[in-house]
Design a binder for this molecule. Structure first.
Ligand code: PGA
Length: 251
């Protein structure tokens, strides 16, 4: 059985005071996390150790960085390496978020390098993919997303790709309040799984969690997560509201 993963993406939000109170709320809430369903919190880098400290008591609450660099160490001012992340106990990194692709020009090839170094250090990438509105309107979203996967992930062995979590985030649904319909999400997730199966076989494809992201709310989570190929969510805005995100985790 593949794992369910509910991931929070705080993006560049929250002061230390706010981070403290959100993390305290999550640490003390009754959450239905267990061996088959985990929650992952991608917090701003300065709060990574704080989040580890506050959530670390529960093995099913994990902490993720929102980005990392593709080199092990060196003269790359301002960047964060996986070696640094690993040394503070971080086991997950969000890679290739559409905001990184758009504002920081991260290409599929560059992301392939980041994926490689994460795997080398035993860090699980939460690899984001997803199409912009014009691609959706042209109805070429399946090929667009398949190309993102092929160019960033398909150099991996079956064993390596089994360690990846994929997050499908249609760009037109991020932060817009416009969620993909359950059917649109399921169709794309099924397409992603079939692309994975064609390359790696059904057994491998069936074990890879594919999360949906884009304006997920407590009110939409239950039905969305009930789709057969939707294995959880990557949640931005709603993960900054404690009660709302607790409901999403428990959905
Ligand atoms: P949103 O963000 O839930 O605010 O749409 C999702 C994301 O960008 O990961």
């Amino acid at each position: 059985m593949r794992k369910k993963v509910i991931a929070a993406n705080w993006k560049m939000n929250g002061t230390l005071e706010q981070a403290n109170s959100l993390l305290d709320a999550f640490a003390s809430a009754p959450l239905t996390v267990n061996e088959s369903k985990i929650a992952v919190f991608a917090v701003p880098a300065p709060y990574l150790m704080l989040a580890k400290e506050k959530l670390g008591g529960n093995p099913y609450l994990q902490v993720a960085a929102q980005n990392c660099y593709s080199k092990k160490s060196g003269a790359y001012t301002g960047e964060i390496s996986v070696e640094i992340l690993k040394s503070i106990g971080i086991d997950y990194v969000v890679l290739g978020h559409s905001e990184r692709r758009e504002y920081f020009s991260e290409s599929n090839a560059f992301l392939a390098d980041k994926v490689n170094i994460c795997l080398e250090f035993g860090i699980t990438p939460i690899f984001c993919c997803g199409e912009p509105l014009e691609i959706r309107e042209a109805e070429t979203q399946n090929t667009f997303v398949a190309k993102q996967l092929e160019e960033s992930l398909f150099h991996l062995s079956a064993e390596e790709i089994s360690k990846i979590i994929i997050a499908y985030e249609p760009i037109w649904a991020i932060g817009t309040g416009k969620t993909a319909s359950n059917q649109q999400a399921q169709e794309m997730h099924e397409s992603i799984r079939s692309v994975l199966a064609a390359k790696y076989g059904a057994k491998v494809a069936n074990e890879i969690p594919i999360l949906y992201g884009g304006s997920v709310k407590a009110s939409s989570a239950v039905e969305l997560f009930a789709q057969p190929d939707v294995d959880g969510g990557l949640v931005g805005g709603a993960s900054l509201i404690a009660d709302e995100f607790i409901k999403i985790i428990n959905a």
